[in-house]
Design a protein around this ligand. Sequence first.
Ligand code: DNO
Ligand code: MN
Length: 356
Amino acid sequence: MRMSFRWFGAQDDPIPLQHIRQIPGVRDVVGALYDVPVGEAWPEDKIGALKKQVEDAGLALEVIESVNIHDDIKIGLPSRDRYIDNYRETIRRLGAVGISVICYNFMPVFDWLRTELWYELPDGSKTMQYDRSVSEAITPEGLLAQYESETSGLVLPGWEPERLADLRTLFTKYDGVDATVLRENLKYFLEAIIPVCEEVGISMAIHPDDPPHPLFGLPRVVSNRDDLRWILDAVDSPNNGLTLCTGSLGANPDNSVVDIVREFAGEGRVPFAHIRNIRWQDEGRFYESAHLSSEGSLDLYDIVKTFHDAGFDGFIRPDHGRMIWGETGRPGYGLYDRALGASYLQGLWEAVSKGR
Ligand code: DNO
Ligand code: MN
């Protein structure tokens, strides 16, 4: 297991690499380029510069999160082939500098979604919350405006204003794209890129839908065990893998995260894991708790033990954390609670691996 930490780059992340380096046990950074428009091939010089920055700080860069997928690929438009070619080129260039895992998602239009970015817990910490009844009542434009005002200009990944500028047109393009079509389009994409991954030694790692159900009338096909099974079988290659995000899958109480870990990590199809906790509230509501089992609804001991017993040797990162100790900035991605998460997860791992 290699413990990693997500970093949004020198321009966008208030957390310097030097601080990440000081978190015990963290030697790997999960990074990305944030200034390349979705669909374009990532320039070699920018990839090289990112890698150099990370290495100069005494850390390693082997995991990219995310290389996002152009909506035309998800919709299945004829223009997808050009975007897929660009994606293949990006994979080759990332492979050339030693990247081994690419995280991505296949959610139409949006990435992860929360209805409350600054939900206050009884201890005064702030966290993100999701309330299904709110997401069913609000328009996507309404939510976008709320995010813009609540993040004081910080752009959340997957919510880039330029891509969302013409949200209605984008939605219209999805007319007729139901779950079956979306799935076939994912398969078409995987069939085109996995051979390149096999050539250059990269594992693709699809991130589950977050939250794991359809939104705004758009389908979602990466929400539960059967979805994951379908994706891995669609292109049955060790390079076609998962980002097993426990908080995303665990948001649906019907998903047994432990069973999902046992099955897919056991098959060696999980190159990357996001391990975090969430707390189910009443029907359709949850918030992102601290990582500890006692703070949330998922048993992180069981989850870590199952990863361990499955022989998991991929990358782990803590995922969204709370904002604590007066910290402000990017919701979910403060330094302190994620650092506590990284330490806790490593403590569990050590206990499980030494325990009898
Ligand atoms: C949610 C987070 C997401 C994730 C992207 C992957 O659980 O981990 O921001 O990174 O959806 O593409
Ligand atoms: Mn995640």
